[in-house]
Each structure stands twice: as C-alpha cells, then as structure tokens.
Design a protein around this ligand. Structure first.
Ligand SMILES: [Fe+2]
Length: 194
C-alpha cells in the first residue's frame, strides 16, 4: 500500500464544475483593536486624582441612570488638563485606524464602585466613526468588557493603560465589579470634525 495525499476539499476537481452558491452569508468578528499607553502609571495616577477633584464640579453632567447609578460622567475638558496625554494617545490611534486627521473627540468617565455593572449599550448617538475605552483603574475581578458581535462575544480583561478601540455600533457591557475598590475608565467617541 502506498501513501497518498488527498486533494483538499476546497479545490475543484479537474473536469468538474465548481459549486456555485449565489448567496453566501459571510460573517466575521468586528474589528477590535488594542493599544497600550507607554508610561501610563504616572499619567493615570494624575488623572485619577483629577477625576476625584472634579467629579462633583458645577458643570459636570451625569447621564444614563441604570441600577441606581449614572453610568456616564462628563467633566469639561478645560477642567482636566491631566487627560491630555490620554486623549492625545486615543486621537493618535483613531487617526491611524480611520485614516483621517479631521476628527472631533468627546469623552466621559465610567466610575464603577463594588457591586456596580454597566448595562449593554452602543455609541450610535451621532455620526460617530470610532469608539474607545481607556482603563485608569481596574483591580482584579472588577468586571470584564464584553463586546457582543453577531456571531460571538469578544471578552476583554481590562488592565490599566490599555486602550480598546471598536466600532460605535458594537453593543457592549461591563460585568459586575466584584473587587473591593472602584473601577475607573474613560470612554471616547470620534467623529468627523465638521
Ligand atoms: Fe460604552
């Protein structure tokens, strides 16, 4: 008996017509990208302190009340010079992903105390092109990010200094914070400048 190599199933056999399928529902995972901010520890330390300083300021807005918590905390950028290294980093990533520099950027904080979670949502409120989340403080077991694609879940274990970039229309949520300290992240939306 001699060994033989069988022809791969996806190659049409000689003399046979290939199978013609007119409608193929080809599905795949949404594009989720990751980037790490260099030297993030000191940057995050300063921004966490600034968040504590400004979170109860007069012009701070809170939206998306679920389970007794406002999930979105909007602090005016002019009150937060400490966010500059993070927003510049996120903008640089967005510029590379979208291939354009004329971008406007909005941001908000998500502060999850122990026992809190973030409900499933997407970021399709305006003409957003790209969304991102950056992690400032995420102790062990403080909640994974779960992105819901049509065909699968993309589950991200956060770490401080990590930026996760994803399509604005991709539904996502955060698991319950089962640690004993606050989980803090800042989210970004990028859209065309005009
Ligand atoms: Fe979100």
């Amino acid at each position: 008996m001699t060994a033989s190599v069988s022809q791969p199933a996806w190659v049409a056999a000689p003399g046979r017509r290939p199978i013609r399928v007119h409608k193929i529902a080809l599905r795949g995972l949404a594009t989720v990208r990751f980037a790490e901010l260099p030297h993030s520890a000191k940057i995050n330390e300063a921004l966490i302190a600034a968040f504590g300083r400004e979170q109860d300021g007069a012009n701070v807005k809170r939206t998306h009340m679920f389970h007794g918590r406002f999930e979105n905390i909007y602090i005016p950028a002019e009150r937060l010079p400490e966010i500059a290294p993070v927003s510049a980093f996120a903008r640089d990533v967005a510029t590379r992903v979208l291939g354009r520099t004329d971008l406007r950027c909005g941001f908000w904080f998500n502060a999850m105390s122990p026992g809190h979670r973030t409900t499933r949502h997407s970021h399709e409120e305006n003409d957003e092109r790209l969304s991102a989340v950056y992690y400032l403080a995420c102790p062990a077991d403080s909640g994974r990010l779960i992105l819901h694609d049509e065909a699968a879940q993309i589950i991200v274990t956060p770490q401080q200094g990590l930026l996760v970039v994803f399509p604005p229309n991709l539904p996502h949520e955060v698991e319950e914070n089962r640690s004993e300290t606050m989980r803090l992240s800042v989210a970004f939306n990028f859209g065309p400048a005009n």
